[in-house]
Structure formats: C-alpha cells, structure tokens
Design a protein around this ligand. Sequence first.
Ligand code: ATP
Length: 299
Amino acid sequence: GKKAPPNAILQANFKFEDMGIGGLDDEFSAIFRRAFASRIFPPALVDKLGIQHVKGILLYGPPGTGKTLMARQIGKMLNAREPKIINGPEILNKYVGASEENIRKLFADAEKEYKEKGDESGLHILIFDELDAICKQRGSTGGGTGVGDSVVNQLLSKMDGVDQLNNILLIGMTNRLDMIDEALLRPGRLEVHMEINLPDEHGRRQIISIQTNKMRTNGVMDDDVDLDELAAATKNFSGAEIAGLVKSATSFAFSRHVKVGTMAGISDDVENMRVNRDDFLQALDEVQPAFGVSEEELQ
Ligand code: ATP
C-alpha cells in the first residue's frame, strides 16, 4: 500500500539551545525520547518494532518552572500545527454547561483529519493547563456543580477513543499532582509522568543567561553584573521569578535615567541606560521566591 509519512517531522535545524528553556535538558531529553521520538519514524517501522505511540504525558511541579514553555517548544520542534492550549478553569467557568461539548470540539479537528488522511495526518497536540481545576469536583458529593465530573468523564472517553486516532498527543500540566484524578493517569491516557522542578544553580545560570540575552546583545547590561553571582543569589527562584527579577532590575535601571520635568518626562540619558549590579541587588529585595525551602533552612 501507500507509504504513510511520520506524524511529525523534526525541524532540520533544531537545536535545544535555541529553545530558550534553561535547566531542563535532562527532562526535555527524557520526554522527547519517551513520548515524541516514535512520531518521527516511519509508521511501518514503528509498527514492525511493536511500538505504540505514547498518547499523553503529564508535566507536574511548582508554578513558573517552564512547563508551558516546554510543551509549546516541543510542538514547534515537531513541526506540529500550533498546539491547542486549554485552560482548566476556563473550561469549567467560562463555558459551564457546555464543557463537555467544548471537550468534544477540541478533538474534532484531529478526528476529521484522521478520517480523511489516516496515518498520513499530521500531529495534533492538545495542552491542558491547570488540569487539576477540572478534576476538583469529580466524586465530590453535594455542593459542587458536578461539572468537573462530567468534564473528566468526557475527557476520559475522548482519550480512550484516541486509540484509533494515531495523530493526537495530549500534554497535561499541573502544580497539584495530588489533585489529578487517577483515572486520567492510567496507561493509554496521560501515561508518561515527568516532574519539572525548581531549577538548581546551574539551571538558574542558564535561565538568567536566556532572560538577559537581548539586553546583553544590545549592550544594555553593565560589565559589573555577574551571572554566576546572580545564579547563586536566586536559590528557590522559579524560571518565572527569574524573569521577574530581570524585569525588576531593568525597571530600576530605567527609572534612574528618567528625569521628571524634561520634555515628555524623558531625558536623553535613557539611550545610555545600563542595567548594573546595584539594579539587580535592588531587584533581589523586591522579588522573592514563593516556593521551596532551601536545605540550609531545614537544617
Ligand atoms: P504554571 O504552572 O504557572 O503554568 P509553567 O511551569 O507552565 O507555570 P511557564 O508558563 O512555562 O511556567 O513559565 C512562565 C515564564 O517564565 C516563561 O514564559 C519564561 O519566560 C519563564 N521561564 C520559566 N521557566 C523557564 C525556564 N526553565 N527557562 C527559561 N525561562 C523560563
């Protein structure tokens, strides 16, 4: 018969370094090999080897650690169409009553393409952000609207239907693994689980480098800023908090150069703005990590 191309095609010029994800090399590589690599080989070979595509993965861990970033970049890397990002609370709140219909619709494009093209269909990625939100009410007696229940049931039934649909991959994300309905995590559903934790010092160094890349390229960062020092000073910071720190430091630098009373309130000096070590020290006072207790603190 006709030779079907793989679901996904790896971007020829793909480089992990270009993805803008810091400190998650091992996680990314593990997820790629476990859950995505099978998609880029010819279906006939995959079938011959007895490999079945992983249908779903769950990324869990504290907020702001790059889960969404990773899910999006994986989609880009695989040349999949833009992933659909579904926000758990939104499904529940915005569309109460129509939630099941919304879940059904999410799968409709992929189902349609699979009907038309079979294994030649491209890959469809569905990302469920804050997945815990739709699980909260399942099994709860009284009080709850029961919407969560039926949404989870609908999701489960869709996932089980994904059997015949070789062109779908689900990525669930949560900060609360304990809240996720176990039924969602069984084989054939969100079957590969990966913890995405707060970055260690090396990871923070990479994230700081990524987040300051543009200002360094543009010569806006002073030489007295030491990225290693910042990496050491940001224990327990998430990637999002490091982004917040850089934003805060930049804002302190900017404010030093803005003079009230000049025309438009901005002095010419703004062009000479440099973010320096003091700006980062001020920023470190302003931006505090929300999570994590360091080991030193425990001792
Ligand atoms: P949440 O659980 O709150 O949805 P998340 O883990 O999905 O969080 P993201 O939305 O991916 O976190 O991160 C928010 C922002 O923080 C990113 O857009 C990026 O700017 C920055 N960031 C977070 N983690 C990293 C990282 N590992 N490398 C580089 N930037 C990061």
